[in-house]
Write a protein that binds this ligand. Structure first.
Ligand SMILES: Nc1ncnc2c1ncn2[C@@H]1O[C@H](COP(=O)(O)OP(=O)(O)OP(=O)(O)O)[C@@H](O)[C@H]1O
Ligand SMILES: [Mg+2]
Length: 330
């Protein structure tokens, strides 16, 4: 399938000196769930804002569904749905009224809108609270509503900027299920930003890790994890053993001592090597007390490419705003 979004040296400089997005080059395939992963201030929202034509780029180009973001912004807007980082639904209307309002804004014929709204509500289990005021909704219900508000005009591409920010982990994983469902049932391409690694890992077919406006690496979460080269199998034997011969098992990269009667076996892929390792243990009649398998997580990938842990960088919005203001004054 072709690429539905292509960016070429897409750049945004604020106030002449803040390079928020720096020569971004990405290709997003039709039907993909594509993640932009990066810490606060990495340039995720700025990228989304350019692609959705909310702001103009400073240089470079991008096409969205074949349309140039700078020259054909109206056409771009008709083919995309956007769920922004901040909540946008009107609290003094019901969920259904919010959806209907948006459908009118996009000139969706009445009957078609009614059917589509019904269908969307069902898709995210919101049929029951649809006629309640939004102000009575829980955080999760509100986010589910926001999610389908972006789909009322049947777009080909859906942009989700931090779709689960501030939700607890259980509600978050429910949202992931809904996002997956939407992608499957409605056949949309989804661009998702997040600084939750688990979210990208669970949802994205491919991801670009970005920092300081630049793409550091692109690949499927699995590829990125595998690129770190090595799952770890840790084995504790009942007694001292000469486990050095394990080096000869196919796929084993390294065997090191790791505590009393314990070895740390680094393999390129644990799923492939584990049967051989177990076979080695039984053929040599080794008696084991414990065997664990550890696969690298996206945390480690992130650390490897950005040189920092994503979790320590989570300043609240107020602090972020102050930091931005300070930057502007400089
Ligand atoms: N309107 C603006 N004017 C000036 N600078 C801005 C503006 N919007 C964003 N920036 C700066 O551009 C950089 C990228 O910001 P952006 O909001 O795109 O990051 P982000 O990856 O979405 O971060 P977050 O995870 O906090 O949402 C930051 O340094 C930010 O301070
Ligand atoms: Mg953002």
């Amino acid at each position: 399938m072709g690429d539905i979004i292509i960016t070429r040296d897409l750049t945004k400089v604020y106030h002449g000196h803040i390079k928020a997005v720096d020569n971004l080059n990405i290709n997003i395939g039709e039907g993909e769930i594509y993640g932009l992963l990066g810490p606060n201030g990495a340039g995720k929202t700025t990228t989304i804002n350019m692609l959705t034509t909310r702001i103009a780029s400073s240089s470079g180009t991008a096409t969205v569904n074949g349309y140039d973001i700078n020259k054909e912004s109206l056409k771009v807007r008709k083919t995309i749905g956007v769920v922004p980082q901040d909540l946008t639904a009107d609290e003094d209307l019901t969920g259904r009224e919010n959806l209907t309002m948006v459908s009118q804004f996009y000139d969706v014929p009445k009957q078609e809108a009614r059917e589509r709204i019904e269908n969307l509500l069902k898709l995210v289990d919101m049929t029951e609270p649809a006629d309640r005021y939004v102000k009575t909704y829980s955080g999760g219900m509100r986010k589910r509503l926001e999610l389908i508000v972006g789909l009322v005009h049947n777009p080909k591409i859906l942009f989700l900027d931090e779709p689960t920010l501030g939700l607890d982990i259980q509600t978050r994983s429910q949202m992931w299920e809904y996002v997956r469902q939407i992608q499957k049932e409605l056949d949309v391409t989804i661009i998702l930003t997040s600084h939750y690694l688990e979210e990208i890992d669970a949802l994205a077919d491919r991801v670009s890790i970005i920092d300081h406006g630049k793409v550091l690496v692109t690949g499927s979460p699995q590829e990125l994890k595998s690129s770190l080269n090595g799952d770890i199998i840790t084995i504790t034997f009942r007694e001292q053993n000469e486990a050095d011969a394990m080096k000869n098992i196919p796929g084993v990269l390294e065997v090191t001592d790791s505590g009393p009667n314990t070895v740390r076996v680094k393999v390129s892929n644990a799923d492939e090597s584990l049967p051989d390792v177990i076979n080695f243990i039984s053929t040599n009649k080794l008696s084991t007390m414990k065997l664990t398998v550890q696969k690298p997580s996206l945390d480690e990938v992130f650390l490897e490419y950005t040189g920092k842990d994503i979790r320590v960088e989570d300043p609240g919005d107020a602090r972020k705003m102050m930091m931005n203001m300070r930057r502007l004054r400089q």
